[in-house]
Ligand binder design. Structure first.
Ligand SMILES: Nc1ncnc2c1ncn2[C@@H]1O[C@H](COP(=O)(O)OP(=O)(O)OP(=O)(O)O)[C@@H](O)[C@H]1O
Ligand SMILES: [Mg+2]
Length: 584
């Protein structure tokens, strides 16, 4: 798994090969210079001390300056280009992650808390980013440094080099062991960060409930427990990270001690000049740093791969619903909707049972019934938020599963129970229903939804930004903007799920009047608890426990004295008292 993950990261980097090539060349320059420097120690010592050559003392400082200037420029090129390449690749990954998640079905979102998804897009990708960016820089540079220094080591004395080589496998072995632990721990700690994000998301968006129920202390405690759980995994990761360097140092020190011991006696026996020995020793001391940081990079790579696995999990997640192979395109449907023997289960338990209904263009179908009866579920099958478990849903006589999904979505305008507004201006929020709508069309839709007047009272009218989740609007105002957004979409099928529940009786009646005109050429599904909303529906379906228990017009249903007439008489007495209270 980790290999293929690594391969995929490489795949994403391919696009930026130009930057990577420049950076690699620069790192070769830096690396070979390290080796060159260690090599130079020998002639330097030999010449300066043996021949007492004066010119070398004037040339040396200039040489050193020149060498380090070239090294500095190379380092910059190395760093800059590889990091930007890494950022660009990670940006592509993040965009792919987001794009794929937008195509996943609602079921996926019910199963994954928003916070944990956000932490994948932000935190996991960031871990990948920092890991890959830092690592690739050092892997090339340190790799070449190590190689060039090893060349010097071998060139000076292969016997001494062998001692070094007994030590290197030991360091690699221990680095690998530690790296594996770190990878596992980092995966776990990233999951904990997901939990932290989930709490943040929940409590920041639900701050009102937190305050109203005085849950502050309780959520603070829960947050502390979660951050502490995160710390516990991070602590272990830090432990292994910190152990790693000392272990490597200890092992290399054995090598250095051995080299000094053996090398010293070789110099005494005259098998090696002292200048050669110092050159060797310089290379050996210098090689220690790149090897250590390569080892460190290995650990960081493990961490990044842990995060990458979680990121690719979402990139690979297949949408539950897809276009059929020969999906049919439609421009604009007439708007006939039919349910044939439809049953549906979210998971396991059936929520809808053998639903049969047909609605033709221009009709208003009202769905009523007790909470949890399946009204929202039923209408969510029309735009194919979910596929039926059995039976078939047809639009204009065609099974919706054989239509192109985007085309089907275009036929349906939805005003949901939840009034979702974007962090944008009011005009744009309405225009999300139809991006090509003109200003006057936006205004017309707002007027039809009885939103025009209050919008004009806003500080900047239609250009007012309503901010995150539209905090500056009342529930009823938000609903009216959502209605305007649905109206401007001008779709042949209109679904209103509790769309007028936050409106007062008067504005509800006004919106209703406006809708009456607009409903003329479309099929409308209305879900409402307030029965007054649906008096004029062509057909009323009473849904209880996922079954249609009654259907007919208002007057027919009243006569049959079933569930509908019971609900109606209950509400009639309730609204009666409410109205008397208002009048008094
Ligand atoms: N995403 C979901 N996953 C699993 N079960 C769900 C999901 N959404 C709804 N249900 C279940 O399906 C049943 C019908 O829910 P639905 O939302 O369709 O009822 P409703 O008639 O719209 O109720 P209300 O009038 O309260 O809006 C309920 O028992 C509910 O628990
Ligand atoms: Mg509902």
């Amino acid at each position: 798994m980790s290999n293929s993950t690594f391969g995929r990261i490489v795949h994403y980097s391919k696009k930026y090969w130009g930057r990577i090539a420049i950076s690699t060349l620069a790192s070769v320059a830096v690396g070979t210079m390290d080796g060159g420097f260690a090599y130079m120690v020998e002639p330097l010592l030999r010449k300066t001390f043996a021949t007492n050559d004066k010119t070398i003392f004037t040339l040396l400082p200039i040489g050193v300056l020149a060498l380090f200037a070239v090294r500095a420029i190379s380092r910059f090129l190395n760093d800059y280009f590889i990091r930007t390449a890494g950022e660009l690749a990670v940006q592509d990954i993040r965009n792919d992650l987001y794009r794929n998640s937008m195509h996943l079905g609602l079921r996926f979102y019910h199963q994954h808390p928003t916070g944990s998804l956000m932490s994948r897009v932000l935190s996991d990708v960031a871990v990948m980013q920092s890991g890959i960016g830092n690592v690739v820089t050092s892997v090339c540079r340190d790799g070449f440094s190590a190689i060039s220094l090893l060349v010097v080591i071998f060139y000076r004395s292969w016997e001494l080099a062998l001692i070094t080589f007994v030590v290197i496998p030991l360091t690699i072995y221990s680095a690998q062991k530690i790296g594996k632990r770190i990878k596992r721990l980092s995966g776990q700690s990233q999951e904990k960060i997901g939990d932290v994000a989930a709490i943040l998301q929940e409590t920041y968006t639900g701050i009102k409930v937190v305050k109203a129920f005085v849950l502050e202390d309780w959520v603070i405690q829960r947050f502390r427990t979660t951050t502490n759980a995160y710390y516990n995994f991070v602590r272990k990761a830090i432990k292994y990270n910190s152990i790693s360097a000392p272990v490597i140092e200890m092992i290399t020190s054995i090598g250095i001690a051995g080299v000094i011991w053996v090398g010293g006696s070789m110099v005494m026996r005259g098998e090696l000049t002292s200048a050669e020995f110092f050159s060797f020793l310089t290379a050996m001391v210098l090689v220690y740093k790149p090897v250590k940081s390569l080892n460190n990079s290995y650990n960081i790579i493990q961490t990044s791969i842990g995060a990458a696995v979680r990121v690719f999990e979402i990139i690979d997640e297949k949408p539950e619903l897809t276009n059929a192979e020969n999906a049919v395109s439609i421009e604009r449907a007439a708007g006939d909707v039919e349910f044939r023997d439809v049953s549906f289960a979210y998971d396991g338990e059936k929520v809808l049972n053998n639903i049969n209904l047909s609605a033709s263009r221009g009709e208003i179908i009202a769905l009523v019934g007790p909470s949890g009866g399946g009204k929202s579920t039923l209408v969510s099958l029309i735009p194919r938020f979910y596929d039926v478990t059995s039976g078939v849903v047809l639009v204009d006589g065609t099974d919706i599963r054989s239509l192109r999904m985007a085309d089907l979505m275009r036929q349906v305008a939805l005003v949901d129970q939840e009034t979702m507004l974007f962090n944008d201006t009011i005009a744009n929020n309405i225009r999300y229903g139809n991006f090509s709508a003109s200003d006057s069309e936006v205004e017309a839709a707002a007027k039809a939804a009885f939103a025009h007047d209050f919008i004009l009272e806003m500080p900047e009218g239609y250009s007012t930004n309503i901010g995150d989740r539209g905090v500056r609007l009342s529930g009823g105002q938000r609903q009216r903007i959502c209605i305007a957004r649905a109206l401007i979409k001008d779709a042949p099928i209109l679904i209103m799920d509790e769309a007028t529940s936050a409106l007062d009786t008067e504005s509800e009646q006004m919106v209703q009047k406006a809708l009456d005109n607009l409903m003329a050429n479309r099929t409308t599904f209305v879900i409402a608890h307030r029965l007054s909303t649906i008096l004029h529906a062509d057909k009323i379906l009473v849904l209880e426990d996922g079954r249609i228990v009654e259907s007919g017009s208002h007057s027919e249903l009243l006569k049959s004295s079933g569930l509908y007439s019971r609900l109606h008489s209950l509400q009639f007495s309730n609204s009666g008292t409410a109205e008397t209270r208002q009048e008094s």
